[in-house]
Design a protein around this ligand. Structure first.
Ligand SMILES: NC(=O)c1ccc[n+]([C@@H]2O[C@H](COP(=O)([O-])OP(=O)(O)OC[C@H]3O[C@@H](n4cnc5c(N)ncnc54)[C@H](O)[C@@H]3O)[C@@H](O)[C@H]2O)c1
Length: 446
């Protein structure tokens, strides 16, 4: 394929690696409203753990800008902006604290997609759209989002989708810090509103991907594929969380059970207890449950998974209460150090992280909190902002209880002698036993 001119709208966790991948063979204009990101990229600095500065410096055909006029003549315009949820946090907390039944279902059903970023990006594209161009959506939307929400904005130009310009949907599958699979070697699903859109978008991806392109029959199939993948993960993590809650009571070590079960060479895939966070798994399934309501359909698995996963955050706080009580202390007034603010190990992304809610609950219960994360400097919560201590040692100074929420590699290397005088809550099976009293999520008290 000859070199093309591509615009990538939104230079975040998805858009930046995608831009750099395309820039190996094509000319890429990365457009973002965030001036700080544009300025950093101008200095060849990356703000994403997976993307080294060097990769930005080497991408000679990539230019970052906040000037939308520069994307006008780009033949491909790719949307990579956020698709979060709108949340009524107070309702959520109140109903969550009071029950696990009907009231709580009602709330989860009320979670609403926030499509404002995608619609704003479509408006930007509409202002610059030319005949013959192809618009590709990589942001996750509910099935039919491309057809019902995005195309009408693009057609306000008077140009018609399928006749004057093409449209395709291709979900991003990036898994931050996955050592084996990245944007380049992961197969890419592509669906188009017509055969020409599908072919042009697929060929563009094939020009740079090693993982290959999976052509599907429509934008809707591609949209639903992404939601299915993430709902599968949500539901399976919630299932193992439920097992962990029960096995803990039964005195069975869930982590040992998983290790044994995964030796089965077929029909089983390991998922691990913990907190569901991040921009995808914690969010995308609720796009589907919102859309399902238009069809008078209640997505029971998604609702139940949401309940269990929210409960795990309360459970982490309960474990701290139990273990402190055993040491003769109350959580109210105790010095508690929380280790791990990101939503998963070894990354700097704290969106929808379990730590947010856990810190709020600890604060409500009167704990005096310190936090430490080697990747996340600060985290915002409704109970205030928390800034990371400079080191593990300073986080451990004068603390009564250490709660480990994330299995960062650095935490695995802690000298457990340093934990001898305090109680430990281990939510990620980092230790066999540690601290004066140890309690493990999915294991119980030792
Ligand atoms: N992060 C992941 O691991 C991941 C994986 C798969 C899919 N996704 C999906 O990809 C999409 C993007 O996610 P992300 O993690 O890259 O988000 P992000 O928040 O990291 O990045 C989005 C970028 O878009 C910019 N932006 C917002 N509105 C804009 C506008 N109108 N015009 C131009 N720029 C704008 C923001 O400034 C930001 O830099 C989401 O739909 C997400 O669900 C994310």
């Amino acid at each position: 394929m000859n070199a093309k001119k591509i615009a990538v709208i939104g230079l975040g966790y998805v858009g930046l690696p995608l831009s750099l991948m395309f820039a190996k063979k094509h000319d890429v204009i990365g457009f973002d409203l965030d001036k700080k990101k544009i300025e950093m990229l101008g200095r060849k600095k990356s703000y994403i753990t997976d993307v080294p500065d060097d990769a930005v410096a080497k991408a000679l055909r990539f230019r970052a800008t906040d000037d939308e006029s520069l994307i006008k003549d780009c033949e491909f315009k790719i949307i990579c902006v956020p698709t979060p949820l709108k949340k009524n946090k107070m309702t959520f907390f109140e109903s969550h604290l009071s029950c696990q039944g009907k009231e709580y279902y009602t709330f989860l059903n009320n979670e609403k997609p926030d499509m404002s970023f995608v619609l704003a990006a479509a408006e930007i594209i509409a202002r610059t759209l030319q005949k013959g161009q192809i618009v590709i959506i990589e942001s996750t939307v509910y099935p039919l989002g491309t057809r019902h929400d995005i195309i009408p904005i693009l057609e306000k130009t008077g140009l018609k989708a399928g006749r004057d310009f093409g449209v395709a949907f291709s979900p991003e599958r990036v898994d931050p810090c996955n050592e084996k699979y990245n944007t380049t070697n992961t197969p890419k699903v592509v669906g188009g509103i017509d055969a020409e859109s599908l072919e042009k978008a697929s060929k563009l991806y094939e020009s740079v991907l090693d993982g290959g392109v999976v052509r599907v029959s429509s934008c809707e199939v591609a949209e639903a594929t992404k939601i299915l993948e993430n709902t599968f993960r949500l539901v399976n993590i919630s299932l193992i969380n439920e097992m962990a809650l029960l096995f803990e009571k039964m005195g069975i070590n869930t982590w040992d059970v998983i290790d044994a079960a995964k030796t089965k060479p077929f029909g089983y895939m390991p998922f691990y207890p913990g907190f569901v966070g991040g921009h995808c798994i914690a969010v995308d399934p609720f796009y589907l449950s919102y859309k399902a309501k238009e069809y008078d359909f209640y997505t029971r698995f998604i609702g139940m998974a949401g309940i269990i996963n929210e409960h795990m955050k309360m459970h982490a706080v309960e474990l701290a209460e139990i273990v402190l009580k055993k040491a003769g202390k109350e959580l109210n007034g105790a010095n508690v150090s929380v280790f791990g603010l990101s939503y998963k190990k070894n990354i700097n992304d704290a969106r929808e992280s379990g730590a947010i809610r856990i810190l709020e609950l600890l604060k409500q219960k009167g704990a005096k909190i310190k936090v430490y994360d080697p990747f996340v400097q600060a985290i915002k919560t409704d109970a205030g902002d928390f800034c990371s201590e400079k080191s593990i040692d300073s986080a451990l100074t004068e603390t009564d209880c250490a709660i480990f929420l994330v299995n960062h590699d650095e935490f695995k290397k802690i000298d457990i002698n340093k934990l001898n005088k305090i109680v430990v809550v281990d939510c990620k099976n980092l230790f066999n036993k540690a601290g004066s009293i140890y309690i493990g999520l999915g294991k119980g008290i030792e």
